[in-house]
Design a protein around this ligand. Sequence first.
Ligand code: 13P
Ligand code: SF4
Length: 349
Amino acid sequence: MQDLSTSAAGSMPLPVLDYTPQVAAQTAAMYQRLEQVIPEIEWPVHAPYIAEIERLKKERGAIVLAHNYQTPEIFHGVADLSGDSLALARLASETDAETIVLCGVHFMAETAKILNPEKTVLIPDLRAGCSLAESITGADVRLLRERYPGVPVVTYVNTSADVKAETDICCTSANAVEVVESLGVDRVIFLPDEFLGQYVASQTEVELILWKGRCEVHERFSGAEVRAFRAQHDGVVVLAHPECPQDVLAEADYVGSTSGMIGYVGDQQPRQVVMITECSMSDNVAVEHPNVEFVRPCNLCPHMKRITLPKILRSLQTMSHSVEVDPEIATRARRSVERMLEVGRGAGR
Ligand code: 13P
Ligand code: SF4
């Protein structure tokens, strides 16, 4: 990953904008929707960027894709489309826009570029990494293949293009069980998230060979913490992400991807809910469901939080940081991502 300090655009000062009466009027209706998750005192800081990003997006023919962990002023303020990792990969493969600004982490932008080699894919901060993606290299996958000859490799999309290129098929937390079972084999190498792998293993007869990668956000939750939420909030419904440790998942009422959790809240409308996942998710979902009370644990993903409105604006102004993937690696990585997308289509989704 490129060091931002070596990038000219990265060292450019962030744009500073004023909250004018015109911006206030232009963004008033939006603030009404967001007032329960963004304090009034903060709105004059965000609103000028939202207005200018909206204008520049149109001028550039750009589209903003945002992951569910982005802050509400990004998620509800400037994103044209949003979703979990699987949805972002699908949306990136379907958009007609010439430029995609990916508000998420680097592997997400790289996946968008792999699927759209002819398009410009921008990430507002190149340092937005991921502890899972950092946990494994393409060379590690080649060594595993030598150790387990003939065993297919399923890789979580939270990995670099190098790793995807060494993979038979990718998966996300939304489709991991389906992808593993689609191969029709007794044993697979499942990389790199150990906890997601343990969860998938509990849902299938297929034997999984695991790696010791961890999400630094989800590994911090514990079963004891979930029990404490239940003790403090009578009847609270617990939704957990499968990147959490097994003792957390054992305590949950529902286990699923970020979009799976959003779907659960929309369908079931629980009186009170706790989402055992990254901090901003609850804020983003609360905006859509004001009648549901959210208990909010706050484990922030420091990588997701590198993306801010001023950096998104700078990204559009300077058309940086353009994500590039070596064409030979991209071709092989594309095969494993597209194979994953085909699994969903085969199931009629
Ligand atoms: P999903 O949105 O696919 O559930 O992934 C969660 C995550 O941690 C992405 O970085
Ligand atoms: Fe990676 Fe975890 Fe952050 Fe997602 S939440 S980007 S898996 S470190």
